[in-house]
Design a binder for this molecule. Structure first.
Ligand SMILES: N[C@@H](CCC(=O)N[C@@H](CS)C(=O)NCC(=O)O)C(=O)O
Length: 221
């Protein structure tokens, strides 16, 4: 169980989240990568309802989560952090250079191509579902998400993972797909439903999710 109070690696996570963000906030990506890599870590819990301290802003200039600290220094941006963790972990990033390149490409695709295409719809369903403009905008937002997901499903085909073995690419992509929970679009893609379920069934993901949720419960009690 890599969560350990005296671990040299520290990550940040929020101690409180609105219900829609339970189980999807981005600290889960980093927890999951650390679990897959078998690296111990501790958490720095930050309350998003309080002003950020200078100390925290020095670690994450935007005051977001996650941030990350190890013997080499501090980092922010979940994609950079997860790739950093993966560098020395063949279970996340294969040693062969072409395979490393392919996995890296998919991490960026998850963050820069899929996430921005699904977020307008996710945002609409969480914050504006009943707003007067929502009915008008929903079809276009839905179409934008569907078209990217269709390409992802076609590219995945019958494969279990994007590039042969499970890699950091699947970790990032599966986490991005979790954002779709307030929408019903993933149901149109049976292979993506199965892909997401495969990723989420991994023991490392289950431990990451449990620890993310436990931190929120502990802070609430
Ligand atoms: N691109 C950043 C996004 C980080 C991000 O948006 N984190 C959310 C939690 S999942 C957050 O801190 N939201 C509060 C805010 O933006 O002030 C990353 O991938 O690390």
């Amino acid at each position: 169980m890599p969560l350990k109070n005296d671990a040299p690696i520290q990550i940040s996570a929020f101690s409180w989240l609105p219900p829609f963000a339970h189980g999807v906030a981005r600290d889960i990506r980093v927890r999951w990568a650390l679990e897959e890599a078998g690296l111990d870590y501790r958490t720095r819990l930050v309350d998003p309802r309080q002003p950020k301290t200078e100390d925290y802003l020095a670690e994450h200039p935007f005051g977001q989560v996650p941030s990350y600290r190890d013997s080499e220094g501090t980092m922010f941006e979940s994609g950079a952090i997860v790739l950093h963790i993966a560098q020395n972990c063949p279970a996340l990033l294969p040693e062969e250079s072409q395979a490393r390149k392919r996995a890296t490409i998919w991490v960026f695709a998850a963050l820069n191509t899929l996430e921005p295409a699904i977020f307008p719809l996710v945002d609409l369903e969480i914050f504006h579902a009943n707003a007067s403009w929502a009915a008008e905008r929903r079809p276009a937002f839905r179409e934008r998400a569907l078209s990217r997901l269709a390409v992802l499903e076609r590219t995945l085909g019958n494969k279990h993972w994007l590039e042969g073995q499970f890699t950091v690419a699947d970790l990032m992509m599966v986490h991005v797909l979790r954002f779709l929970r307030p929408t019903n679009v993933i149901g149109e893609f049976p292979r993506l439903v199965a892909y997401q379920a495969r990723g989420e069934a991994r023991p490392a993901f289950q431990r990451a999710l449990a620890d993310h949720l436990a931190a929120l419960s502990a802070a609430a009690s």
